[in-house]
Write a protein that binds this ligand. Structure first.
Ligand code: ATP
Ligand code: MG
Ligand code: MG
Length: 354
C-alpha cells in the first residue's frame, strides 16, 4: 500500500504513525529541515501535523505532491485573519475582532472592542506565544512591529474553555468526539477532561459549528475547534486543521482515537463513530522531566515525546480513563508532588470530575 507522509516530525506526527501501525499503514513523518530527496510515489498521500510551515526543500517536495490532502485549506486557517473571515462568512460566533493595519490605533481598538483587547499575531502563534494585551487603563499603544501582522480581539469574559474534535471523510460524513473541557494556564493547555454530562447540551451546537466549517472547506481529516463557553453559547476561539492536544485523551478513552481517525480519513478508509469508553482526563507535561515512577500508578498512561525539557515546552502527556471516579481522584493525588502550577491543574481536574 502507498505511504502516508506527514509534514512535520514532532509528537503529533509520531502519534499519527503509532496509531496507523495496527492498521498496517506506513506513516512517514518528515522533518521539515531535512535536505534529503524524499522518495514520494505517485499514489502516496501527504498530510501535515502543523498548519503553517516555512518553505524548505522538504516542504516544497511535499507541497508539490498531487495527493496533499487539504493543501489549499492550510494557508486559509494558518493566517488568523483569513481564519476569522471564514468564521464570519459562515455566520459563526467568535470574539469580535478587526485586522491590525498600518493606521490602526489603540484608541480605535478601545472604542470598538472595549478596554481590554488581545492582539494575536496572524501567523505562527502557539501556546499563547504571539499575544499582546492592550489595556486602556495602562494606555498601551500598538507597537509598530504588530501593524499589518496581527488581529485584535475583544477580551472575552468566558465561563470556561471547551473544544471539540471532529473528523470528516472524503464523502462528507462526519463524526465528533464529546466536548472536552480544557484548562489553560498562561495561554498554554495544562489539562483536559471528557466526556462531561454537564456539557452534553452544548454538543449539538459545537458539532453544528465545526461541521459547517469542515463542509465549507471541503475538509478531509481531523479538525479541532477551541471555544469559549459563555453561558449556553459557544464562541469560537480558534481552529486547528489537524489532530489537537485537547484530543489526546481519545488515546485512552475512545475505541478509535483522533490520530487513527485522521489517518483513516486521509487514506480514504471507512470511518465509524468512536465508542467513548469511560471518564478520561489528560495532563500535559510542560517543562518537567519524565518520571518513570508514574508507571507505578495504576491506570495512568505516559506519552513522552523525547524532547529536550525547557520551561514552558510541551514534552509529554499523561492519560487516564476509568469508570471508577475514585481511581481517577487517587491518580491525581499520586501526582501531587509535581511542581507549580500543577497544584492548580490537578485541583482543577479533581473539581471537574463528576
Ligand atoms: P494554541 O496552543 O491553543 O494554538 P494559541 O497561541 O494559538 O494557542 P489562542 O488559543 O488563540 O492561542 O489563545 C491562547 C489562550 O489565551 C486561550 O486558550 C485563552 O485562554 C486565552 N485567550 C485567547 N483569546 C482570548 C480572548 N479573546 N479573550 C480572553 N482570553 C483569550
Ligand atoms: Mg493556536
Ligand atoms: Mg488555542
Amino acid at each position: 500500500m502507498s505511504s502516508i507522509w506527514v509534514l512535520g516530525a514532532g509528537q503529533l506526527g509520531a502519534m499519527l504513525k503509532q496509531a496507523a501501525n495496527p492498521l498496517g499503514l506506513d506513516v512517514k513523518p518528515v522533518d521539515i529541515e531535512t535536505d534529503e530527496t524524499l522518495p514520494l510515489q505517485a499514489d502516496d498521500i501527504v498530510t501535515a501535523e502543523r498548519e503553517d510551515w516555512p518553505e524548505t526543500a522538504a516542504t516544497k517536495q511535499l507541497a508539490a505532491h498531487p495527493n496533499f490532502v487539504n493543501l489549499k485549506t492550510f494557508p486559509q486557517l494558518a493566517d488568523r485573519l483569513t481564519q476569522k473571515q471564514w468564521i464570519d462568512k459562515l455566520g459563526l460566533a467568535t470574539a469580535p475582532w478587526f485586522p491590525v493595519e498600518d493606521d490602526s490605533t489603540a484608541e480605535k481598538a478601545y472604542q470598538t472592542l472595549g478596554e481590554r483587547v488581545l492582539m494575536k499575531r496572524r501567523r505562527g502563534g502557539y501556546d499563547g506565544k504571539g499575544q499582546y494585551w492592550l489595556k486602556q487603563s495602562e494606555g498601551t499603544e500598538i507597537p509598530d512591529d504588530w501593524k499589518g501582522l496581527a488581529i485584535a480581539e475583544q477580551a472575552i469574559n468566558f465561563d470556561e474553555e471547551v473544544s471539540v474534535v471532529g473528523v470528516r471523510g472524503k464523502n462528507g460524513e462526519k463524526y465528533f468526539y464529546p466536548l472536552t473541557l480544557n484548562l489553560h494556564i498562561n495561554g498554554i493547555l495544562y489539562a483536559s477532561i471528557s466526556p462531561l454530562q454537564r456539557l452534553e447540551h452544548l454538543q449539538e451546537q459545537a458539532e453544528g459549528m465545526l461541521g459547517k466549517l469542515m463542509d465549507a472547506l471541503d475538509y478531509v481529516g481531523v479538525m479541532a475547534m477551541e471555544c469559549f463557553r459563555c453561558g449556553d453559547k459557544l464562541l469560537i476561539n480558534e481552529l486547528a486543521p489537524r489532530v489537537h492536544n485537547s484530543g489526546h485523551w481519545t488515546q485512552a478513552g475512545a475505541s478509535v482515537d483522533q490520530f487513527e481517525n485522521h489517518i483513516r480519513a486521509v487514506a480514504g478508509l471507512p470511518l465509524a463513530p468512536a465508542e467513548v469508553k469511560n471518564q478520561s482526563m489528560m495532563v500535559n507535561l510542560i517543562g518537567v522531566d519524565v518520571d518513570y515512577n508514574w508507571l507505578s500508578i495504576k491506570g495512568l498512561e505516559l506519552y513522552w515525546y523525547r524532547k529536550e525539557v525547557r520551561p514552558g515546552r510541551k514534552v509529554g502527556h499523561l492519560n487516564a480513563c476509568s469508570g471508577d471516579l475514585e481511581q481517577l481522584q487517587s491518580i491525581l493525588k499520586s501526582l501531587s508532588s509535581m511542581p507549580e502550577p500543577y497544584d492548580q491543574a490537578l485541583a482543577w481536574l479533581s473539581e471537574s470530575l463528576p
